[in-house]
Write a protein that binds this ligand. Structure first.
Ligand code: UD1
Ligand code: CA
Length: 449
Protein backbone atom coordinates (compact mmCIF):
# COMPACT_ATOMS: atom_id res chain seq x y z
CA UNK A 1 0.00 0.00 0.00
CA UNK A 2 1.34 3.37 -0.94
CA UNK A 3 0.10 5.96 1.49
CA UNK A 4 0.41 9.69 0.96
CA UNK A 5 -0.38 12.34 3.52
CA UNK A 6 -2.15 15.63 2.78
CA UNK A 7 -2.18 18.25 5.51
CA UNK A 8 -4.55 21.18 5.17
CA UNK A 9 -3.12 24.46 6.33
CA UNK A 10 -4.44 27.08 3.95
CA UNK A 11 -6.91 28.63 6.37
CA UNK A 12 -6.36 32.24 7.39
CA UNK A 13 -6.26 31.51 11.09
CA UNK A 14 -8.08 34.80 11.62
CA UNK A 15 -8.90 34.04 15.22
CA UNK A 16 -5.23 33.90 16.16
CA UNK A 17 -5.14 37.68 15.46
CA UNK A 18 -1.56 37.39 14.27
CA UNK A 19 0.83 38.36 11.50
CA UNK A 20 2.34 34.90 11.83
CA UNK A 21 0.52 32.17 9.88
CA UNK A 22 -1.25 29.81 12.28
CA UNK A 23 0.73 26.68 11.33
CA UNK A 24 3.92 28.41 12.45
CA UNK A 25 2.81 29.44 15.92
CA UNK A 26 5.24 27.73 18.28
CA UNK A 27 4.23 25.09 20.75
CA UNK A 28 7.12 24.26 23.08
CA UNK A 29 9.48 25.80 20.56
CA UNK A 30 8.23 23.87 17.54
CA UNK A 31 5.77 25.12 14.91
CA UNK A 32 2.26 23.78 15.41
CA UNK A 33 2.09 22.03 12.06
CA UNK A 34 5.33 20.14 12.68
CA UNK A 35 3.56 18.06 15.31
CA UNK A 36 1.07 16.83 12.72
CA UNK A 37 3.85 16.26 10.19
CA UNK A 38 5.86 14.27 12.74
CA UNK A 39 2.86 12.21 13.89
CA UNK A 40 2.15 11.16 10.30
CA UNK A 41 5.77 10.64 9.24
CA UNK A 42 6.02 6.92 10.17
CA UNK A 43 2.98 6.14 7.99
CA UNK A 44 4.29 7.25 4.64
CA UNK A 45 7.48 6.78 2.66
CA UNK A 46 7.07 10.17 1.00
CA UNK A 47 6.98 13.64 2.49
CA UNK A 48 3.48 14.99 3.12
CA UNK A 49 1.80 17.50 0.84
CA UNK A 50 1.05 20.66 2.77
CA UNK A 51 -1.81 22.70 1.33
CA UNK A 52 -0.91 26.33 1.89
CA UNK A 53 -2.67 29.56 1.09
CA UNK A 54 -2.54 32.77 3.04
CA UNK A 55 0.97 33.35 4.40
CA UNK A 56 2.02 30.29 2.45
CA UNK A 57 5.38 31.62 1.37
CA UNK A 58 6.53 32.15 4.95
CA UNK A 59 5.21 28.73 5.91
CA UNK A 60 7.09 27.13 3.03
CA UNK A 61 10.31 28.98 3.84
CA UNK A 62 10.11 28.01 7.50
CA UNK A 63 9.25 24.35 6.98
CA UNK A 64 11.77 23.90 4.16
CA UNK A 65 11.76 22.12 0.82
CA UNK A 66 11.98 18.57 2.11
CA UNK A 67 8.16 18.75 2.19
CA UNK A 68 5.81 19.09 -0.77
CA UNK A 69 3.45 22.02 -1.18
CA UNK A 70 0.19 22.62 -2.99
CA UNK A 71 -1.21 26.13 -3.11
CA UNK A 72 -4.89 26.93 -2.61
CA UNK A 73 -5.30 30.48 -3.87
CA UNK A 74 -8.97 30.90 -2.98
CA UNK A 75 -10.17 29.36 0.24
CA UNK A 76 -13.13 27.48 -1.12
CA UNK A 77 -13.33 24.90 1.65
CA UNK A 78 -11.67 21.74 2.87
CA UNK A 79 -12.79 19.67 -0.15
CA UNK A 80 -11.33 22.22 -2.54
CA UNK A 81 -8.15 22.31 -0.45
CA UNK A 82 -7.57 18.57 -0.80
CA UNK A 83 -8.18 18.85 -4.53
CA UNK A 84 -5.11 21.08 -4.82
CA UNK A 85 -2.93 18.10 -3.91
CA UNK A 86 -4.23 15.99 -6.79
CA UNK A 87 -1.68 17.26 -9.32
CA UNK A 88 1.16 16.10 -7.04
CA UNK A 89 -0.30 12.74 -6.07
CA UNK A 90 -2.74 11.44 -8.62
CA UNK A 91 -1.86 7.99 -9.93
CA UNK A 92 0.87 7.52 -7.30
CA UNK A 93 -0.87 6.45 -4.16
CA UNK A 94 -3.34 3.83 -2.95
CA UNK A 95 -4.54 5.66 0.15
CA UNK A 96 -4.56 9.31 1.12
CA UNK A 97 -4.45 10.30 4.76
CA UNK A 98 -6.04 13.75 5.08
CA UNK A 99 -5.21 15.71 8.21
CA UNK A 100 -5.83 19.24 9.40
CA UNK A 101 -2.69 21.17 10.25
CA UNK A 102 -4.02 22.69 13.45
CA UNK A 103 -4.37 19.50 15.52
CA UNK A 104 -0.96 19.09 17.09
CA UNK A 105 -1.88 16.51 19.72
CA UNK A 106 -2.79 13.65 17.43
CA UNK A 107 -0.74 10.50 18.03
CA UNK A 108 0.89 8.25 15.44
CA UNK A 109 -0.92 5.27 16.97
CA UNK A 110 -4.29 6.89 16.26
CA UNK A 111 -3.38 7.55 12.63
CA UNK A 112 -2.16 3.97 12.31
CA UNK A 113 -5.53 2.68 13.52
CA UNK A 114 -7.25 4.89 10.97
CA UNK A 115 -5.13 3.53 8.11
CA UNK A 116 -5.47 -0.10 9.25
CA UNK A 117 -9.25 0.21 9.44
CA UNK A 118 -9.41 1.63 5.94
CA UNK A 119 -7.13 -1.14 4.64
CA UNK A 120 -9.78 -3.67 5.62
CA UNK A 121 -12.77 -1.53 4.67
CA UNK A 122 -14.70 -2.48 1.54
CA UNK A 123 -15.73 1.14 1.08
CA UNK A 124 -13.49 4.04 0.07
CA UNK A 125 -13.35 6.03 3.29
CA UNK A 126 -12.65 5.75 7.01
CA UNK A 127 -12.90 8.64 9.39
CA UNK A 128 -11.99 9.37 12.96
CA UNK A 129 -14.82 10.15 15.38
CA UNK A 130 -15.18 11.02 19.01
CA UNK A 131 -18.01 10.88 21.51
CA UNK A 132 -18.20 14.09 23.49
CA UNK A 133 -20.78 16.17 25.29
CA UNK A 134 -19.06 19.39 24.33
CA UNK A 135 -19.36 19.57 20.54
CA UNK A 136 -16.80 22.40 20.12
CA UNK A 137 -18.24 23.28 16.71
CA UNK A 138 -17.34 19.92 15.21
CA UNK A 139 -19.38 18.31 12.45
CA UNK A 140 -21.97 15.76 13.65
CA UNK A 141 -21.97 12.17 12.43
CA UNK A 142 -25.31 11.15 10.93
CA UNK A 143 -26.06 7.43 11.12
CA UNK A 144 -29.06 5.56 9.73
CA UNK A 145 -31.26 3.38 11.97
CA UNK A 146 -29.04 0.40 11.15
CA UNK A 147 -26.08 2.34 12.51
CA UNK A 148 -24.38 2.92 9.16
CA UNK A 149 -22.71 6.29 8.69
CA UNK A 150 -24.74 8.32 6.18
CA UNK A 151 -23.32 11.83 6.33
CA UNK A 152 -21.57 14.56 8.26
CA UNK A 153 -23.56 17.65 9.13
CA UNK A 154 -21.59 20.81 9.78
CA UNK A 155 -22.70 22.72 12.84
CA UNK A 156 -23.82 25.75 10.82
CA UNK A 157 -26.10 23.57 8.72
CA UNK A 158 -27.45 21.37 11.51
CA UNK A 159 -31.06 21.16 12.69
CA UNK A 160 -31.68 21.47 16.45
CA UNK A 161 -32.13 17.72 16.51
CA UNK A 162 -28.83 17.10 14.72
CA UNK A 163 -27.07 19.50 17.08
CA UNK A 164 -27.88 17.04 19.88
CA UNK A 165 -25.74 14.31 18.28
CA UNK A 166 -22.75 13.47 20.48
CA UNK A 167 -20.73 11.64 17.85
CA UNK A 168 -18.42 14.15 16.24
CA UNK A 169 -16.19 14.32 13.18
CA UNK A 170 -12.58 14.61 14.29
CA UNK A 171 -11.41 15.84 10.92
CA UNK A 172 -8.98 13.09 9.93
CA UNK A 173 -9.67 10.69 7.13
CA UNK A 174 -8.10 7.81 5.26
CA UNK A 175 -9.47 7.65 1.71
CA UNK A 176 -8.88 5.45 -1.36
CA UNK A 177 -6.92 7.69 -3.69
CA UNK A 178 -8.61 7.10 -7.04
CA UNK A 179 -12.08 7.32 -5.50
CA UNK A 180 -11.05 10.55 -3.71
CA UNK A 181 -9.83 12.37 -6.81
CA UNK A 182 -12.93 11.37 -8.77
CA UNK A 183 -15.34 12.21 -6.00
CA UNK A 184 -13.89 15.62 -5.17
CA UNK A 185 -15.05 16.74 -8.63
CA UNK A 186 -18.61 15.81 -7.71
CA UNK A 187 -18.79 18.03 -4.62
CA UNK A 188 -21.26 20.89 -4.77
CA UNK A 189 -20.84 24.07 -2.73
CA UNK A 190 -22.53 24.21 0.66
CA UNK A 191 -24.83 26.97 1.87
CA UNK A 192 -21.73 29.00 2.70
CA UNK A 193 -20.29 28.49 -0.77
CA UNK A 194 -17.55 26.15 0.47
CA UNK A 195 -16.75 22.73 -0.90
CA UNK A 196 -16.85 20.54 2.20
CA UNK A 197 -14.55 17.55 2.33
CA UNK A 198 -17.05 16.11 4.75
CA UNK A 199 -19.67 15.84 1.98
CA UNK A 200 -17.64 12.92 0.61
CA UNK A 201 -19.20 10.83 3.36
CA UNK A 202 -22.73 11.26 2.03
CA UNK A 203 -21.47 10.71 -1.50
CA UNK A 204 -19.89 7.39 -0.52
CA UNK A 205 -22.98 6.29 1.41
CA UNK A 206 -25.25 7.17 -1.52
CA UNK A 207 -23.07 5.07 -3.81
CA UNK A 208 -23.81 2.18 -1.46
CA UNK A 209 -20.36 2.08 0.12
CA UNK A 210 -19.62 1.40 3.75
CA UNK A 211 -18.07 4.36 5.52
CA UNK A 212 -15.96 3.04 8.38
CA UNK A 213 -15.00 4.88 11.52
CA UNK A 214 -12.45 4.69 14.29
CA UNK A 215 -13.51 6.13 17.59
CA UNK A 216 -10.81 8.01 19.38
CA UNK A 217 -10.26 7.30 23.08
CA UNK A 218 -8.39 10.37 24.22
CA UNK A 219 -10.36 13.46 23.13
CA UNK A 220 -7.33 15.63 23.94
CA UNK A 221 -5.79 14.41 20.71
CA UNK A 222 -8.35 16.34 18.75
CA UNK A 223 -8.03 19.75 20.26
CA UNK A 224 -7.72 22.05 17.29
CA UNK A 225 -5.93 25.34 17.67
CA UNK A 226 -8.12 28.19 16.50
CA UNK A 227 -7.30 30.81 19.14
CA UNK A 228 -4.40 31.54 21.41
CA UNK A 229 -6.47 30.11 24.24
CA UNK A 230 -6.43 26.76 22.45
CA UNK A 231 -2.71 27.22 21.87
CA UNK A 232 -2.15 27.50 25.62
CA UNK A 233 -4.43 24.52 26.30
CA UNK A 234 -2.63 22.28 23.82
CA UNK A 235 0.70 23.50 25.21
CA UNK A 236 -0.33 22.41 28.66
CA UNK A 237 -1.44 18.95 27.54
CA UNK A 238 1.68 18.45 25.47
CA UNK A 239 3.83 19.47 28.39
CA UNK A 240 2.20 17.07 30.75
CA UNK A 241 2.62 14.26 28.18
CA UNK A 242 6.33 15.01 27.89
CA UNK A 243 6.81 15.40 31.65
CA UNK A 244 5.10 12.07 32.32
CA UNK A 245 7.35 10.33 29.82
CA UNK A 246 10.46 11.67 31.55
CA UNK A 247 9.17 10.74 34.99
CA UNK A 248 8.54 7.20 33.77
CA UNK A 249 12.08 7.21 32.38
CA UNK A 250 13.57 7.96 35.80
CA UNK A 251 13.66 11.75 35.95
CA UNK A 252 12.17 13.45 39.04
CA UNK A 253 10.08 16.50 38.30
CA UNK A 254 9.06 18.29 41.46
CA UNK A 255 6.33 20.40 39.94
CA UNK A 256 5.26 19.28 36.46
CA UNK A 257 2.90 22.23 36.17
CA UNK A 258 5.83 24.66 36.07
CA UNK A 259 8.27 22.53 34.11
CA UNK A 260 8.63 23.19 30.39
CA UNK A 261 10.51 20.53 28.44
CA UNK A 262 10.65 20.83 24.65
CA UNK A 263 10.00 17.65 22.66
CA UNK A 264 13.58 17.27 21.37
CA UNK A 265 15.22 17.48 24.80
CA UNK A 266 16.84 14.42 26.39
CA UNK A 267 17.47 13.91 30.12
CA UNK A 268 19.50 11.27 31.95
CA UNK A 269 18.26 9.01 34.71
CA UNK A 270 18.08 10.24 38.32
CA UNK A 271 18.22 13.85 37.31
CA UNK A 272 15.94 16.11 39.34
CA UNK A 273 14.14 19.04 37.73
CA UNK A 274 13.03 21.70 40.17
CA UNK A 275 10.12 24.14 39.57
CA UNK A 276 10.03 26.95 37.03
CA UNK A 277 12.52 25.34 34.73
CA UNK A 278 12.68 25.47 30.93
CA UNK A 279 14.67 22.92 28.95
CA UNK A 280 14.58 24.05 25.36
CA UNK A 281 15.36 22.98 21.78
CA UNK A 282 17.85 20.13 21.48
CA UNK A 283 19.24 20.43 25.01
CA UNK A 284 20.83 17.30 26.46
CA UNK A 285 20.99 16.87 30.23
CA UNK A 286 23.10 14.10 31.75
CA UNK A 287 22.43 11.78 34.66
CA UNK A 288 22.22 12.71 38.35
CA UNK A 289 21.90 16.44 37.76
CA UNK A 290 19.85 18.93 39.75
CA UNK A 291 18.40 21.54 37.43
CA UNK A 292 16.52 24.56 38.75
CA UNK A 293 14.63 26.03 40.35
CA UNK A 294 14.13 28.94 37.99
CA UNK A 295 16.48 27.84 35.25
CA UNK A 296 16.34 28.11 31.46
CA UNK A 297 18.63 25.95 29.36
CA UNK A 298 18.52 26.43 25.60
CA UNK A 299 20.29 24.29 22.96
CA UNK A 300 23.01 23.17 25.36
CA UNK A 301 24.72 20.01 26.53
CA UNK A 302 25.06 19.36 30.23
CA UNK A 303 27.14 16.43 31.53
CA UNK A 304 26.50 14.13 34.51
CA UNK A 305 26.25 15.27 38.11
CA UNK A 306 25.80 18.99 37.41
CA UNK A 307 23.82 21.48 39.50
CA UNK A 308 22.36 24.58 37.89
CA UNK A 309 20.25 26.87 40.02
CA UNK A 310 18.35 30.04 39.02
CA UNK A 311 20.42 30.49 35.90
CA UNK A 312 20.20 30.87 32.12
CA UNK A 313 22.33 28.72 29.82
CA UNK A 314 22.26 29.28 26.06
CA UNK A 315 24.08 27.32 23.34
CA UNK A 316 26.72 26.20 25.78
CA UNK A 317 28.53 23.04 26.73
CA UNK A 318 28.90 22.00 30.33
CA UNK A 319 30.95 18.94 31.27
CA UNK A 320 30.50 16.67 34.29
CA UNK A 321 30.17 17.84 37.91
CA UNK A 322 29.84 21.53 37.13
CA UNK A 323 27.83 23.74 39.45
CA UNK A 324 26.34 27.05 38.42
CA UNK A 325 24.36 29.74 40.16
CA UNK A 326 22.28 31.11 41.58
CA UNK A 327 21.85 33.91 39.02
CA UNK A 328 24.46 33.25 36.39
CA UNK A 329 24.28 33.50 32.61
CA UNK A 330 26.10 31.31 30.13
CA UNK A 331 25.81 32.75 26.65
CA UNK A 332 26.59 31.27 23.25
CA UNK A 333 29.87 29.42 23.11
CA UNK A 334 30.48 29.02 26.83
CA UNK A 335 32.26 25.73 27.54
CA UNK A 336 32.95 24.62 31.10
CA UNK A 337 35.33 21.74 31.77
CA UNK A 338 34.69 19.09 34.42
CA UNK A 339 34.26 20.29 37.99
CA UNK A 340 34.08 24.00 37.16
CA UNK A 341 32.32 26.15 39.75
CA UNK A 342 30.39 29.23 38.70
CA UNK A 343 28.73 31.01 41.58
CA UNK A 344 26.40 33.97 41.45
CA UNK A 345 26.19 36.77 38.91
CA UNK A 346 28.69 35.32 36.48
CA UNK A 347 28.41 35.92 32.74
CA UNK A 348 30.37 33.78 30.31
CA UNK A 349 30.39 34.05 26.55
CA UNK A 350 32.53 32.35 23.88
CA UNK A 351 34.95 31.11 26.48
CA UNK A 352 36.43 27.91 27.81
CA UNK A 353 37.14 27.31 31.49
CA UNK A 354 39.39 24.32 32.23
CA UNK A 355 38.94 21.56 34.81
CA UNK A 356 38.26 22.70 38.34
CA UNK A 357 38.45 26.44 37.67
CA UNK A 358 36.34 28.67 39.88
CA UNK A 359 34.51 31.88 39.24
CA UNK A 360 32.39 32.47 42.30
CA UNK A 361 31.19 36.03 42.34
CA UNK A 362 29.94 38.60 39.80
CA UNK A 363 32.43 38.33 36.95
CA UNK A 364 32.32 38.69 33.17
CA UNK A 365 34.36 36.39 31.01
CA UNK A 366 34.11 36.84 27.23
CA UNK A 367 36.36 35.56 24.42
CA UNK A 368 38.65 33.88 26.92
CA UNK A 369 40.58 30.67 27.18
CA UNK A 370 41.13 29.74 30.77
CA UNK A 371 43.22 26.78 31.94
CA UNK A 372 42.79 24.36 34.82
CA UNK A 373 42.46 25.25 38.49
CA UNK A 374 42.26 28.97 37.85
CA UNK A 375 40.65 31.15 40.48
CA UNK A 376 38.76 34.12 39.09
CA UNK A 377 38.31 36.59 41.95
CA UNK A 378 35.14 38.49 42.68
CA UNK A 379 34.33 41.23 40.19
CA UNK A 380 36.86 40.19 37.53
CA UNK A 381 36.18 41.45 34.03
CA UNK A 382 37.72 40.51 30.72
CA UNK A 383 37.64 43.83 28.84
CA UNK A 384 37.23 42.08 25.52
CA UNK A 385 35.74 44.90 23.45
CA UNK A 386 37.53 48.07 22.46
CA UNK A 387 34.48 49.60 20.85
CA UNK A 388 35.25 48.07 17.46
CA UNK A 389 36.63 44.58 17.86
CA UNK A 390 36.57 41.69 20.29
CA UNK A 391 39.92 40.51 21.64
CA UNK A 392 41.01 37.35 23.38
CA UNK A 393 42.16 36.80 26.95
CA UNK A 394 44.27 33.74 27.71
CA UNK A 395 44.76 32.63 31.31
CA UNK A 396 47.02 29.65 31.88
CA UNK A 397 46.71 26.85 34.46
CA UNK A 398 46.86 27.65 38.15
CA UNK A 399 46.52 31.43 37.84
CA UNK A 400 45.00 33.43 40.70
CA UNK A 401 43.12 36.52 39.51
CA UNK A 402 42.61 38.94 42.42
CA UNK A 403 39.27 40.54 43.12
CA UNK A 404 38.16 43.34 40.82
CA UNK A 405 40.88 42.75 38.23
CA UNK A 406 40.35 44.21 34.77
CA UNK A 407 42.03 42.14 32.07
CA UNK A 408 42.35 44.40 29.03
CA UNK A 409 42.39 42.11 25.99
CA UNK A 410 44.29 41.02 24.06
CA UNK A 411 46.22 39.83 27.05
CA UNK A 412 47.79 36.62 28.31
CA UNK A 413 48.50 35.64 31.91
CA UNK A 414 51.23 33.02 32.31
CA UNK A 415 50.93 29.82 34.31
CA UNK A 416 50.77 30.10 38.11
CA UNK A 417 50.81 33.94 38.10
CA UNK A 418 48.63 36.25 40.23
CA UNK A 419 47.06 39.67 39.86
CA UNK A 420 46.47 41.81 42.93
CA UNK A 421 43.05 43.12 43.88
CA UNK A 422 42.04 46.05 41.66
CA UNK A 423 44.73 45.45 39.03
CA UNK A 424 44.19 46.73 35.51
CA UNK A 425 46.22 44.34 33.41
CA UNK A 426 47.14 45.90 30.06
CA UNK A 427 50.21 43.84 29.18
CA UNK A 428 50.96 40.12 29.08
CA UNK A 429 52.09 38.67 32.39
CA UNK A 430 54.84 36.01 32.26
CA UNK A 431 54.54 32.80 34.28
CA UNK A 432 55.05 32.68 38.07
CA UNK A 433 54.70 36.45 38.40
CA UNK A 434 52.71 38.69 40.71
CA UNK A 435 51.39 41.94 39.20
CA UNK A 436 49.45 44.74 40.94
CA UNK A 437 48.17 48.24 40.35
CA UNK A 438 46.93 50.43 37.54
CA UNK A 439 48.30 49.69 35.05
CA UNK A 440 49.47 46.42 36.54
CA UNK A 441 53.22 45.93 36.98
CA UNK A 442 55.35 43.12 38.30
CA UNK A 443 56.21 43.23 42.02
CA UNK A 444 57.84 39.84 42.45
CA UNK A 445 58.31 36.39 41.07
CA UNK A 446 56.65 33.46 42.77
CA UNK A 447 58.31 30.22 43.71
CA UNK A 448 57.99 28.02 40.67
CA UNK A 449 55.61 25.14 41.21
C1 UD1 B 1 -13.75 20.86 10.03
C2 UD1 B 1 -14.76 19.84 9.53
C3 UD1 B 1 -15.65 19.43 10.71
C4 UD1 B 1 -14.77 18.85 11.80
C5 UD1 B 1 -13.72 19.86 12.21
C6 UD1 B 1 -12.75 19.22 13.17
C7 UD1 B 1 -15.20 20.43 7.21
C8 UD1 B 1 -16.13 21.04 6.26
N1 UD1 B 1 -15.55 20.43 8.49
O1 UD1 B 1 -14.44 22.01 10.43
O2 UD1 B 1 -16.58 18.46 10.30
O3 UD1 B 1 -15.57 18.49 12.89
O4 UD1 B 1 -12.97 20.30 11.07
O5 UD1 B 1 -11.81 20.17 13.58
O6 UD1 B 1 -14.15 19.93 6.81
N2 UD1 B 1 -8.61 24.67 5.24
C9 UD1 B 1 -7.96 24.88 4.05
N3 UD1 B 1 -8.63 25.47 3.02
C10 UD1 B 1 -9.93 25.87 3.13
C11 UD1 B 1 -10.58 25.66 4.36
C12 UD1 B 1 -9.90 25.05 5.39
O7 UD1 B 1 -6.79 24.53 3.90
O8 UD1 B 1 -10.46 26.40 2.15
C13 UD1 B 1 -7.87 24.03 6.33
C14 UD1 B 1 -7.70 24.92 7.55
O9 UD1 B 1 -6.47 25.61 7.48
C15 UD1 B 1 -7.70 23.92 8.69
C16 UD1 B 1 -8.56 22.78 8.17
O10 UD1 B 1 -8.61 22.92 6.78
O11 UD1 B 1 -6.42 23.42 8.96
C17 UD1 B 1 -9.96 22.76 8.78
O12 UD1 B 1 -10.64 23.92 8.38
P1 UD1 B 1 -11.64 24.68 9.36
O13 UD1 B 1 -12.21 25.81 8.61
O14 UD1 B 1 -10.97 24.95 10.65
O15 UD1 B 1 -12.77 23.56 9.53
P2 UD1 B 1 -13.76 23.44 10.73
O16 UD1 B 1 -14.82 24.46 10.61
O17 UD1 B 1 -13.00 23.37 12.00
CA1 CA C 1 -10.80 24.03 12.84
Amino acid sequence: MIIDVVILAAGKGTRMVSDLPKPLHPLLGKPLINYVIDAAAPLSESPPVIVIGHGGEITKETLGDQLRYAVQDDLLGTGHAVQQAEKLLSGQSDLILVLYGDMPLVRTQTLENLVKTQESNSGPLTLLTLLEDNPRGFGRIGRDPAGMIRKIVEEVDATPEQLEIKELNAGMYCIKADWLWNSLRKLVPSSSGEYYLTDLVELAANEGHQVASVQIEDPDELIGVNTRIHLAETGQILRSRINREWMLAGVSILDPSTTYIDPEVTIGQDTVILPNTYLQKDTIIGKNCIIGPGTRIFSSQVGDGCEIEFSVVEESRIEDRVDIGPFSHLRKGAHLGPGVHIGNFGEIKDSYLGDGSKMGHFSYVGNARIGKDVNIGAGTITCNYDGENKHQTVIHDGVFIGSDSMLVAPVEIGENSSTGAGSVVTKDVPRDTVVVGVPARQIRKKDQK
